[in-house]
Design a protein around this ligand. Sequence first.
Ligand code: GRF
Length: 208
Amino acid sequence: MLKLAVLVSGGGTNLQAILDAIDTGKITNARVEVVISNNPGAYALERAARCGVEGICISPKEYENRAAFNAAFLDKLNSYEVDLVVMAGFLVVLPPEMIAQYRNRIINIHPSLIPSFCGTGFYGLKVHEGALARGVKVTGATVHFVDEGTDTGPIILQKAVEVCEGDTPEVLQRRVMEQAEWKILPKAIDLIANDKVSVADGHVTIKE
Ligand code: GRF
């Protein structure tokens, strides 16, 4: 049984997709142990509570400096003894020590086809604003392992989504969520939970 910690900051629709996939059997052999948010008002915490999953808050604002937060965050995560950390819209930079300790055991969902529209400054609606400004005809979402960079870790799954005439950033964001994010994030978790994902030299192999 793969034990998960899901890190959130906002609405939690990706968390909901994970919880629903576990509930319907689309994800097997996995369980969400804890939902961790930096934002006490995150609706994702409400979603966790409704599904009987423990939700906790921890924020850099509660600590005198980032080093103190990083140490407390890592200690708190370690106390749950999870196998996989899932970043689902988490907007706080992870402690380097956490990334090192959980090498290839932290995944992230990014709302573009990496390496397009990613990296520093590309988050939330800004990703879709960039895609529309560039005039791409196809965008999508990416699930990748997290390394020390920003959106630079080994890619696990991607799914393309059409950009339609007249799309606003909000409309495009919703389509990418519905058609890509909410499908490939649960799929990636199910593959990992069933030992079908391996990483070598920065490249991911999937055994279907
Ligand atoms: C999603 O668009 C995801 O791609 C990005 O942050 C957003 C989180 O949305 N990383 P939600 O909190 O899962 O609804």
